[in-house]
Write a protein that binds this ligand. Structure first.
Ligand code: SF4
Ligand code: SF4
Length: 123
C-alpha cells in the first residue's frame, strides 16, 4: 500500500511525460534534414541541382532566370545542396506543414540596382 501511495505521489508531483501539443510544439533537431529553399542571389541557373535531384522536384529555366520547385516531390535527400557550388540551395531543420494542395514554388533572382534594365521602347 505504501509503495502504491509513493508511486501515486511521485507521478502526481513529477513533470508530465508528454507535451501539450499543439500549444508546445517540439523544437526541431539542430541538424535535421528539413525544408529545402532557394536563394537565387548568387544562382547561375546552371541546372546542376535539377540534374542531381532524383525525384524531379526542381526545374531550372535559365531563360526566365527562375527555379520551379515542387516541395512535395522532395524526399529531402540533400543532393541538390551538394550539387550547388554557389550556396543557393538552403536546407533548414523545420518540416513542411500539411496542406490541401501541392503548390509549385517559384524562385527568381532578386532585382538589384546594379543589374542593367532593358531599354524602354516608348522612351
Ligand atoms: S541553385 Fe545552384 S545548382 Fe541550382 S541552378 Fe542555381 S546555381 Fe545551379
Ligand atoms: S533534397 Fe533531394 S529530392 Fe529534394 S529537391 Fe533536393 S535533390 Fe531533389
Amino acid at each position: 500500500m505504501a509503495r502504491m501511495l509513493r508511486s501515486v505521489l511521485r507521478n502526481a508531483l513529477s513533470k508530465p511525460a508528454t507535451r501539450p501539443f499543439p500549444e508546445a510544439p517540439r523544437a526541431e533537431f539542430e541538424k535535421a534534414r528539413g525544408l529545402i529553399t532557394f536563394d537565387c542571389t548568387d544562382c547561375r541557373f546552371c541546372g546542376a541541382c535539377a540534374l542531381k535531384c532524383p525525384t524531379g522536384a526542381i526545374r531550372v529555366v535559365r531563360e526566365e532566370r527562375r527555379i520551379y520547385f515542387e516541395p512535395f516531390k522532395c524526399i529531402v535527400c540533400g543532393a541538390c545542396l551538394e550539387a550547388c557550388r554557389f550556396g543557393s540551395v538552403r536546407m533548414g531543420p523545420e518540416r513542411r506543414k500539411p496542406v490541401y494542395e501541392k503548390p509549385v514554388e517559384v524562385y527568381a533572382k532578386p532585382e538589384t540596382e546594379a543589374e542593367p534594365k532593358p531599354p524602354d521602347p516608348g522612351a
